[in-house]
Design a protein around this ligand. Structure first.
Ligand SMILES: *Cc1c(COP(=O)(O)O)cnc(C)c1O
Length: 406
């Protein structure tokens, strides 16, 4: 079955024939006898006990997202950050290290930096090639964490090469594919072990809820880690069982069943939306690249972009819906944002509506100037999440916003 058909055809089982997942707002599930509940609580039988641990509505979207990524299991969390913290804390203990890059979403960068407080060291590589990562591996390295398409840098790491390096060193690779979605890339096929999404973005598509997911490829031998000793009997699924049974259960970052349903509703239209996001972003990037008021446009779909060749190799169906432009100064950036009529000025991406933000003064306001520069949040940079409107309107809107400014 083609991926597009699969998106629409992920069937659910329902006793009344409902074709959308019913929302089970129960927080707990009753059993007729004590023995059955004992079995479920002790991982000896499948079932639902309490919605902080699992819930049938949330399970439905978990199964769909696992299937779309080519994974075996998934854990849907309250947010993308909840998914990232749950995944990483399942692996980490005080004294450990891990490796990531400086092309990270601001929230993730801050989380990783703050792990210092718990005795965990994040090593941030400036480069995104396998050799850059290799230099930072020590015997304390617990995982490597990458983004498929850096936000806001829009750089593309050598995911395949880094996956090979990780495999050779018996280190799991975690890939955040929020900005690309499974329509553009399926990191597990390239050798990643865990895939993260903030489902708040493209998967949801209309900004009506927050959510995140960890998809487990069940393709890593977790027994290499001492802190997985109790989970040996779960084999390749050890990560998912440990994550749900420890961090997810203990910290409580579960999704509301209602949010799970809202995020699930975006799935059937994901390919259609991504196609339009990518087409519009390419056309808008080409238009802006020619505009005399724009100093620089960053979009991996542009032929002269540093990552164009890699994007063509790694991504199917397009180059994503995000682009950035630099306009010379913060003041100019603000004026352009204020002049735009169709673009919402807000802190989100992946909506069908076009969005803009000045990252340096918002998402990265709490970071030092050096950190901002290394994360690509320059003072004169505007980030655009291109929506699915008619692209002629988007170009015309930028044309008037830029001219007013000159
Ligand atoms: C938004 C985002 C996150 C965080 O997700 P939330 O749902 O906002 O918690 C993580 N990674 C990337 C790449 C994002 O864009």
């Amino acid at each position: 079955m083609d991926f597009e058909t699969k998106l629409v055809n992920l069937k659910i089982k329902d006793q009344y024939g409902a074709t959308n997942t019913p929302v089970y707002l129960n927080n707990s599930f009753a059993y007729d006898n004590a023995e059955d509940l004992e079995k479920v609580f002790n991982n000896r039988a499948l079932g639902y006990t309490y919605s902080r641990i699992s819930n049938p509505s949330t399970k439905s979207v978990e199964d769909k997202l696992a299937g779309l990524e080519g994974g075996k299991q998934a854990i849907v969390c309250a947010s993308g950050m909840a998914a990232i913290s749950t995944a990483t804390l399942t692996l980490l203990e005080a004294g450990d290290e891990f490796i990531s890059t400086s092309s990270l979403f601001g929230g993730t960068y801050n989380l990783f930096k703050n792990y210092q407080k718990y005795g965990i060291k994040a090593r941030f590589s400036q480069g995104i090639e396998a050799e850059d990562i290799a230099e930072l591996i020590t015997d304390k390295t617990k995982f490597v964490f990458l983004e498929t398409l850096g936000n806001p840098k829009l750089d593309i790491p050598d995911i395949k090469g880094i996956a090979k390096l990780c495999e050779k060193n018996q280190i799991p690779l975690i890939v955040d594919s929020t900005v690309t979605s499974p329509v553009l890339i399926k990191p597990i096929e390239l050798g990643a072990n865990l895939v993260i999404h903030s489902t708040s973005k493209y998967i949801n598509g209309t900004s009506n809820s927050i959510g995140g997911v960890i998809v487990d490829g069940a393709n890593f031998d977790w027994t290499v880690f001492d802190n997985f000793a109790d989970y040996k009997r779960f084999g390749k699924l050890a990560f998912s069982v440990k994550a749900r049974g420890e961090v997810f259960k203990d910290f409580g970052p579960c999704s509301s069943p209602l949010s799970s349903m809202l995020n699930e509703l975006g799935i059937p239209t994901l390919a259609l939306r991504m196609e339009k996001h990518c087409q519009n972003a390419l056309e808008l990037a080409e238009f802006l690249a020619e505009h005399p008021e724009v100093k620089e446009v960053n979009y991996p779909g542009l032929e002269d972009n540093q990552y164009n060749q890699r994007a063509k190799k790694l991504f199917a169906n397009g180059f994503g819906g995000m682009l950035t432009l630099r306009v010379g100064s913060k003041e100019k950036a603000f004026e352009i944002i204020n002049n735009l009529e169709y673009f919402y000025n807000l802190a989100n991406i992946g909506d069908v509506k076009s969005l803009v933000i000045h990252p340096a003064s918002t998402i990265y306001a709490g970071n030092t100037v050096e950190e901002r520069e290394s994360l690509g949040a320059y003072d004169d940079l505007i980030r655009v999440s291109v929506g699915i409107e008619n692209v002629e309107d988007l170009k015309a809107d930028f044309a008037q916003a830029l001219v007013k400014n000159s």
